[in-house]
Design a protein around this ligand. Structure first.
Ligand code: SF4
Length: 278
């Protein structure tokens, strides 16, 4: 049986923060002679990064690699305060394309640390957003990722605040948050969780179609936290076949029946179109 139906999740793909960052870097490419430097991948998507590389953008993981006086873009995931300072000291022109929703979490960290809180931060080890957020107040933050890690936390003398990486899946966040609240009943949390709307509404749209699918295809890179969250969600929703692919070329030939398609927040719609037509 061939594929007889494709169900497209809506919304899917590019979020507002990613669109803004990509437009800003596209403007820098037009406005300055090459090379323009970008601290970290502008967004976690290989095709987007490769396209900019072809236009003369050089991606670096250390601001010290940027020759003095060159234009610098800081990625959408948010950068540590010392990285922003170093970029401003080194670059001729600096654009910080941090998503405002990540800035909000940085602000919460700064305020809570300033008030003497111990911040329990739910985030993925080594992810650029988590690294940048923790650098706002490293002495006041303890990162956790699992319920087991919450159980292993010591009893803190300070009041406790609970914050999160924006792109966690709702399920990843919920279990850990419940356990934190059990362990620290007076925990402070923001009025709304830090999970961004682009992450949560892409997850909801995937859940809405998962039950009707014989297979689900998630388009996005393995270093994209929200893409991996979509993949996990599809598995947890009971779909028997879940594939994460970077491009249409990775699509297997044996898909059948109804296939659901979604894309992480850093995957362009052109990739979705290629996958659907394949
Ligand atoms: Fe901003 Fe959310 Fe998009 Fe990240 S996924 S760039 S936090 S809107």
């Amino acid at each position: 049986m061939p594929v007889d139906r494709v169900l497209l999740a809506e919304p899917r793909g590019f979020c507002a923060g990613v669109e803004m960052a990509i437009k800003a870097l596209a403007w820098m490419v037009r406005a300055f002679d090459a090379p323009v430097y970008c601290y970290h991948e502008i967004v976690h998507n290989q095709s987007v990064v490769d396209r900019f590389r072809d236009q003369g953008v050089v991606f670096v993981d250390d601001i010290a690699e940027v020759p003095e006086g060159r234009p610098i873009m800081l990625s959408a995931h948010g950068s540590a305060p010392e990285v922003v300072t170093a970029a401003r000291a080194r670059g001729s022109f600096v654009v910080d394309s941090v998503c405002p929703l990540v800035t909000k979490v940085h602000h919460e960290v700064k305020v809570r640390a300033g008030k003497g809180y111990r911040i329990v931060y739910v985030g993925h080890e080594g992810h650029e957003e988590a690294v940048g957020t923790m650098a706002v107040a490293p002495e006041a933050i303890t990162r956790v990722e699992s319920i087991g890690e919450v159980e292993a936390l010591p009893v803190f003398d300070e009041p406790v605040a609970l914050l999160a990486q924006t792109t966690l899946s709702h399920r990843d966040w919920e279990g850990v948050a419940v356990r934190v609240r059990e362990r620290f009943p007076d925990v402070w949390m923001p009025g709304r969780s830090d999970l961004c709307f682009a992450t949560t509404n892409r997850q909801a749209s995937l859940l809405a179609l998962a039950a009707d699918c014989d297979a689900i295809v998630v388009i996005g890179s393995s270093n994209s936290s929200n893409t991996m969250a979509l993949q996990r969600l599809a598995v947890e929703a009971g779909c028997s076949r879940v594939l994460r692919i970077n491009s249409a070329a990775e699509l297997p030939d044996d898909l059948t029946g109804t296939v659901g398609v979604t894309a992480g927040a850093s995957a362009p719609e052109s990739l979705v179109e290629e996958v659907v037509s394949r």
